[in-house]
Design a binder for this molecule. Structure first.
Ligand code: LLP
Length: 388
């Protein structure tokens, strides 16, 4: 195995308490530059899905590139506003919006509520009436389209809790049009996450075309189409594939989607923007010889990165301290759960106590999904610009 120290400021790491999140801001800048250029070229409006990573420093950089934000809670709306994102670039989705969250969004004057049910539409109308404002609304439609991904992160099939079922769309539109406090401005979709098959997005576009044809027969046209997020990243090659293929993604949806004249196209990428810039850095506490295998026991666990435990997700793991011969280890954390395992039979350069281990592609759904289980402290984050 090739030693990987060069990518990481190992000397600086030795001054820091582990575990921590390390963000390579050059990777983030490259990703954002590509994303921005491709989005402009293809006339796509991007709302970054803040749930993937809400670290204030990351957000402020994303904001500098002029992206909007996709939120699913009042806390996320506050974080977006605090980072300086204009309210009229914020969209707000989620199956369970509380009254205070709706009020916050109405007060801020967001771009659009992505509404997931009829009862939610009624509540937004009531709360808007109480403030004498109108609420811009896109209907989140469950397109019943398959996404080739882990079933926990597929959202666009009819048995999922998300969105309005195709059969109910006409009735919800009728109701929206009858409510004076509601301004129906868009249609919203999201089929799932970590999608690498462009065919899945093409399938979504065909379904959107059908729905638009249905609306056209009623002489209805909305101002915008929002296809949600979902573009995946290459977890196996975080360096070679550091920047996702936004060009392919945008050109697929541009080609497949029949937009009506004047309609704008919106997307909500999360993972593809931030996954590859982040690594979870931890130290080896112990190397333990089990009956059948060797364990590398880290000081980081599922509390810092829950994806392997929750979705059996693969993350590349590297021993960045060693260039000794490779051996196989089960790489585990210190949490009192058997699922607290980052990978089984992982090939690593020979591991010793005190070695630094990088769990790669942890920029998305790492820090935001961290917890204090076992009363563990929240780890710090560090940035490449500050460490030499
Ligand atoms: N828009 C909506 C409505 C969403 O529900 C999501 C993600 C996104 C956009 C952003 O999707 P992305 O581009 O990041 O795939 N914790 C899981 C992922 C959950 C995604 C939830 N919704 C994971 O670690 O894989």
């Amino acid at each position: 195995m090739t030693p990987t120290q060069g990518k990481f400021p190992l000397k600086a790491f030795t001054r820091l308490e582990t575990p921590f999140y390390y963000y390579d801001l050059d990777v983030l800048r490259q990703t954002l530059t590509t994303l921005k250029n491709e989005a402009q070229k293809n006339r796509v409006n991007v709302h970054y899905a803040i749930k993937a990573n809400a670290n204030p420093r990351i957000l402020s950089m994303i904001q500098m590139y002029g992206l909007g934000i996709d939120c699913v809670s009042g806390g996320e709306i506050r974080a977006a506003l605090k980072a300086g994102v204009p309210a009229d670039k914020i969209v707000f989705a989620g199956v369970g919006k509380s009254d205070w969250e709706i009020n916050l969004a109405l007060e801020a004057g967001i771009f659009c509520f992505n509404v997931e049910s009829l009862p939610e539409l009624e509540v937004i109308a009531q709360l808007a009436a109480a403030r004498s404002v109108t609420a811009p609304v896109a209907l989140r439609i469950n397109p019943d389209v398959q996404a080739d991904t882990h079933h926990y992160i597929a959202t666009g099939m009819k048995e999922n809790k998300f969105g309005i079922n195709l059969g109910d769309v006409d009735a919800v539109i009728d109701r929206a049009l009858s409510l004076p406090q509601i301004r129906l401005v868009g249609l919203h979709f999201h089929i799932g996450s970590q999608i690498l098959e462009m065919n899945n997005f093409a399938g979504l576009c065909s379904r959107v075309n059908e729905i638009q044809d249905r609306l056209a027969r009623r002489n209805l046209m909305v101002e915008h189409i929002n296809l949600g997020g979902g573009l995946g990243v290459d977890y196996h090659h975080p360096d070679q594939a550091a920047v996702p293929d936004f060009a392919e993604y945008f050109s697929t949806i541009r080609r497949m989607l029949r937009l009506r004249p004047g309609q704008s196209l919106h997307v909500e990428p999360g993972r593809s923007v931030v996954a590859q810039c982040g690594s979870l850095i931890s130290k080896v506490l112990y190397v333990k010889q089990g009956s059948a295998r060797k364990f590398a026991i880290l000081d980081a666990g599922m509390t810092e990165l829950i994806r392997p435990a929750l979705y059996q997700a693969y993350h590349k793991i590297e021993n960045i301290s060693s260039d000794e011969d490779a051996e196989k280890y089960d790489v585990v954390g210190p949490i009192c759960e058997s699922s607290d395992c980052f990978g089984k039979e992982v090939t690593l350069n020979r591991v010793r106590r005190g070695d630094y281990i990088a769990v790669r592609s942890a920029g998305a759904y790492g820090e935001t999904m961290s917890s204090n289980y076992n009363l563990r402290p929240t780890p710090k984050s560090y940035f490449s610009d500050d460490l030499i």
